[in-house]
Design a protein around this ligand. Structure first.
Ligand SMILES: Nc1nc2c(ncn2[C@@H]2O[C@H](COP(=O)(O)OP(=O)(O)OP(=O)(O)O)[C@@H](O)[C@H]2O)c(=O)[nH]1
Ligand SMILES: [Mg+2]
Length: 452
């Protein structure tokens, strides 16, 4: 792959297929000259002012298409270079022929994401913002769309830049002390530095927790519906997904396999899994079903623990539930609620507000349950880390700061603390793209589509 910045690049920016318009863009030092070689309008584009539109024809002797050319002059363009965008008639041929002419005139076909990469290299976008461009293109829900926009506008970048500045300051302070005390020997790190380091670490940890939600936005929040046999899990599952997907009978042990369905509420995507009732008895199939249910709990972000509120004989939740976020659905509220079931719900939910009284049979309380799920799953989606890369860098920085605090508390010399602070600084710098290796850039931008 070639990402040579000296080249003037061209690409079709719209998807293949028939459509109203197709856009072909050219960017680089020779963009206007190359565009002029293929464009015939009332005047050459070389004379065009910045941000102007020009009607004309593409091609010379043999016309290719009637087009509108948009001229952007450096640095006021997407890439900060000279850019010309031709709006052709939609469909495969006009845009393809236009691109061929541009390449014949000296442009190189662009690699995936190369326009955005130039926006990054020229400093118009940082790496978090550049990644947000791809997210924006791939957003499939309201929440993803909003989150990508927030990152593109630089909200997250500003927050991280502030943390980076703080770490840089702390490092400078520790190093100054070390230099000063060179002759005296090892120097301890003052209390204030330790506290400030701990504060940065805590802030980064919040972003990491939020990142779970960012991932969930993209892939769907995994919710396992679990509980005792016959508690009404399948009935509740059908209610939540809005159709009769799982079999419901009055026999305990009806559900054996894991049944999943995805819904979108207020822009958040939830994937619910109905599971087998948890009990020891049963045949081979049911035993397998129970082990799948426990796997489903272990791999979910959230668990709805369904309790038959009319049943005083309750089962203890499996150990997998301990580490999960739990919402308790006290089901069969149309029948009764035993004190045993109420006490059990409080114990399992851990937070009393995470209990919903529902009736899967009548539908009562299911809207409230839905609100509760949105709330328990919810973070503000605007300011979270998006990619695995961002999460990793943030986690590295967090760990390094944790070690810095530990060393400082143990009275280790400043040199040791400085090593960790430097590591944290490096991670935050690569998170924002202040310092990145070229192969990393290619890996990031190759995931983009051509023409972006
Ligand atoms: N009265 C009443 N009955 C309910 C309610 N929810 C479910 N039931 C009944 O309880 C029985 C079991 O319901 P299911 O949804 O199959 O329960 P389950 O937890 O999936 O059961 P297994 O798959 O066997 O573990 C059925 O007869 C349902 O009609 C409810 O809210 N009120
Ligand atoms: Mg069931």
């Amino acid at each position: 792959m070639s990402y040579r910045l000296e080249d003037t690049i061209a690409a079709i920016a719209t998807p293949a297929g028939e459509a109203g318009l197709a856009v072909v863009r050219v960017s680089g030092a020779r963009a206007i000259e190359i565009a002029d070689a293929v464009f015939r309008g009332s005047a050459p584009l070389a004379q065009a002012g910045a941000n102007t539109l020009h009607h004309g024809w593409l091609g010379g002797e043999q016309r290719v298409d009637e087009v509108v050319a948009a001229v952007f002059r450096a640095p006021a363009s997407y890439t900060r270079e000279d850019v010309v965008e031709f709006s052709c008639h939609g469909g495969r041929m006009p845009a393809r022929r236009a691109l061929e002419r541009l390449v014949a005139a000296g442009a190189r076909p662009a690699e995936p994401g190369e326009f955005t990469m130039r926006a990054f290299v020229s400093g118009r976008l940082d790496l978090v913002q550049a990644e947000a461009v791809a997210e924006l293109i791939h957003a499939r829900s309201d929440a993803m769309h909003r989150a990508a926009l927030a990152r593109l506008s630089g909200e997250l970048s500003r927050a991280f830049r502030a943390q980076l500045d703080e770490v840089t300051d702390l490092l400078a302070e520790v190093e100054a002390r070390v230099d000063f005390a060179e002759d005296v020997g090892g120097v301890e790190v003052p209390e204030s530095v330790r506290e400030r380091t701990a504060a940065v670490r805590a802030a980064l940890a919040t972003y990491l927790r939020g990142a779970m939600w960012g991932r969930a936005l993209r892939e769907g929040v995994q919710v396992a519906i679990a509980g005792a046999p016959n508690a009404g899990k399948s009935s509740l599952f059908n209610r939540l997904v809005g159709e009769e997907r799982a079999i419901v009978t009055e026999l305990p042990g009806t559900t054996r396999d894991r049944v999943s369905a995805t819904v979108e509420w207020e822009g958040a995507v939830f994937t619910f899994s109905d599971t087998a009732g948890l009990r020891d008895a049963g045949d081979v199939v049911e035993v397998l079903g129970v082990s799948r249910a426990r796997e489903a709990i272990a791999s979910s972000y959230l668990v709805i623990w369904v309790v038959d509120g009319a049943d005083p004989a309750l089962i203890e939740p499996p150990p997998e539930l301990e580490k999960r976020r739990v919402v308790v659905a006290l089901n069969k509220s149309d029948v009764a609620l035993t004190p045993e079931a109420a006490a059990h719900a409080v114990r399992v939910a851990k937070h009393p507000e995470r209990i919903a009284r529902v009736s899967a049979r009548t539908g009562r309380g299911t809207l409230e349950l839905r609100e509760l799920l949105l709330q328990v799953a919810g973070f503000e989606p605007g300011d979270v880390l998006a990619s695995e890369r961002q999460m990793l860098e943030c986690a590295f920085a967090c760990d390094a700061l944790g070690r810095a605090v530990e060393h400082a508390s143990a009275g280790e010399p400043g040199e040791i603390v400085a090593i960790e602070l430097r590591e944290a600084m490096n991670s935050l710098q690569s998170l924002l793209g202040v310092q990145v290796a070229p192969d990393l850039l290619e890996r990031i931008f190759s995931k983009f589509c051509v023409g972006k």
